[in-house]
Design a protein around this ligand. Structure first.
Ligand code: ATP
Length: 234
């Protein structure tokens, strides 16, 4: 579904990604784990077109997308849920969700998208008239994911959804991510929380200082001696 071939990226001439090759099959959850500043967010920004790669190629469903603007990439079916949620605090839950539906053509599709996300996140239905800034951290993360789902994407890019959340809330959130995958959604998850991410992913990549240093089935990486020491605190 998604292929990155030797992708490199830089900010203001300073290179932060080096020859990243990565692939995602339809129906998978793939995670990218790595320390602070390894370049995880930059990979997602490069896929969604917010940052043009300086080298390499990105393919989505056999179409090259690395020179397309973000809106054209979103239109092809990729939704990016950014780190830190970036919801509109002053708007209600429902208004935030409507923002996520900007790609949909008619009210019927929008209604279906609302029904779908309210089914997955009943708490957001209960809170639909509440200002988003007054939601709890976990609810805000659910809103951010739900907003991404409003465009009915084929591929969901999730940037550190567990950031700043309590362990119990993370449990719930990861259960939701698993559920979305069971319903057919393909997911690329980047996480510092390697142990949680490896539990739900099919395959994983380890990113270190802008380079992929290891990859494989998540189960194998969980057993890998280096990963256990460096990322799982064992
Ligand atoms: P974290 O988990 O802390 O978010 P990350 O793995 O997502 O880290 P990135 O945010 O992709 O890492 O950052 C990779 C490198 O690029 C870092 O050295 C960071 O300082 C740098 N960087 C990120 N955004 C910018 C920017 N807008 N301008 C300049 N440098 C940036």
């Amino acid at each position: 579904m998604l292929v990155l071939e030797e992708v490199s990226a830089a900010y203001d001439g300073v290179q932060v990604l080096y020859d990243i090759s990565l692939r995602l099959e339809q129906g998978e959850i793939v995670c990218v784990i790595g320390a602070n500043g390894a370049g995880k967010t930059t990979i997602l920004r490069t896929i969604s077109g917010l940052l043009a790669p300086i080298a390499g190629r990105i393919w989505f469903e056999n179409t090259r997308i690395d020179r397309l603007p973000p809106h054209a990439i979103a239109r092809r079916g990729i939704a990016h849920v950014p780190e830190g949620r970036r919801i509109f605090d002053q708007l209600t839950v429902e208004e935030n969700l409507r923002m996520g539906a900007f790609l949909l053509q008619d009210w019927h599709q929008v209604r279906e998208a609302f029904d779908h996300v309210y089914q997955i996140f009943p708490i957001l239905f209960q809170r639909r008239g509440q200002r988003a800034g007054t939601l709890s951290g976990g609810e805000q993360q659910m809103l951010a994911i739900a907003r991404g789902l409003m465009s009915n994407p084929k591929l969901l890019l999730l940037d550190e959804p567990s950031l700043g959340l309590a362990p119990k809330v993370i449990d719930m959130l990861f259960e939701v991510i698993l559920n979305l995958n069971r319903l057919g959604r393909t997911i690329l998850l980047v996480e510092q929380n390697a142990s949680r991410a490896l539990e739900i992913a099919h395959r994983a990549y380890v990113l270190e200082v802008g380079r992929v240093t290891l990859s494989g089935p998540a189960r194998e990486l969980q057993e890998n001696e280096y990963v256990r020491r460096a990322y799982l605190g064992m």
